[in-house]
Design a protein around this ligand. Structure first.
Ligand SMILES: NCc1cccc(Nc2n[nH]c3ncnc(Nc4cccc(O)c4)c23)c1
Length: 230
């Protein structure tokens, strides 16, 4: 997160870790499921994934911090390494998370209407806080205004790349960045979208952040959760 600050408790936040290191954000949508971004699998090789819940600091001991093993990873079938389409990943935990004040589910938007332009939303994560690649220990958050799709698709911005299954937010100074992918884009207490890598650029007003909307994928999410065994 560029231009943010230490976050207050965000009990739905997950750190998707690879070989013990923070890789991507995510958020708890069911007792044993975290929603994240498919691009997070790109440089995984045959490393070991785990999900950290109940954390604000990645390093310090905290009352309800707990690392969960991963039972399965389900990338959306339409996701590809070289496009932003369908950039969603469902992560099944080895066991149901035990809920407490620091570990809670977050509802995601299921209705299709776009979030109105100008709405102030929030994104949190342990992604880099400077273009030099500085990584934070404490969860960061920032408030960002929604940019309408028509404006975001102008040539100077994302030139027609933003589909109706995506949305955009301001990126002038404050922005999501490397390591924030998969985290929730929260408007009025509901996850409206998931951080997508987009053009990888961070903090440049010409390249608004691109976020994968959850509503178009509610059916896919429900079907994966319904068909999985515990
Ligand atoms: N704001 C959009 C957004 C959301 C989520 C991730 C991303 N960026 C990235 N996702 N993956 C990446 N791998 C390498 N570099 C990356 N961005 C980067 C790194 C250093 C300086 C800088 O200005 C940008 C990214 C960008």
């Amino acid at each position: 997160i560029l231009g943010g600050r230490d976050a207050p408790r965000r009990p739905y936040m997950a750190s998707l870790q690879l070989n013990g290191q923070h890789l991507c954000g995510g958020f708890l949508i069911a007792d044993e499921w975290v929603l994240s971004a498919a691009h997070c699998l790109e440089d995984a090789g045959n490393g070991t994934f785990a999900v950290l819940l109940g954390a604000r600091s990645l390093s310090l001991p905290e009352p309800h911090k707990r690392l969960y093993g991963v039972r399965q990873l389900v990338a959306h079938p339409g996701s590809h390494r070289d496009t932003n389409h369908d950039d969603l990943l469902l992560v099944q935990l080895e066991e149901a998370a035990s809920l407490n004040p620091d570990v809670q589910k977050l509802a995601f938007q299921r209705q299709g209407r776009d979030v109105p332009e100008g709405t102030l939303c929030e994104v949190a994560g342990w992604g880099i806080t400077r273009n030099t690649g500085k990584r934070p220990d404490v969860l960061q958050y920032v408030e960002l205004g929604v940019i309408g799709r028509a404006k975001c698709n102008q040539r100077i911005h994302h030139d027609g790349e933003v589909t109706e299954k995506m949305m955009c937010a301001d990126s002038k100074k404050k922005d999501s960045c490397k390591g924030d992918s998969g985290g929730p884009f929260v408007c009025n207490g509901v996850a409206e979208a998931v951080v997508s890598t987009g053009s990888r650029v961070c903090g440049n007003w010409k390249k608004p952040g691109i976020y994968t909307r959850t509503a178009p994928y509610a059916g896919w999410i429900d079907s994966v959760l319904a068909n999985a065994t515990s």
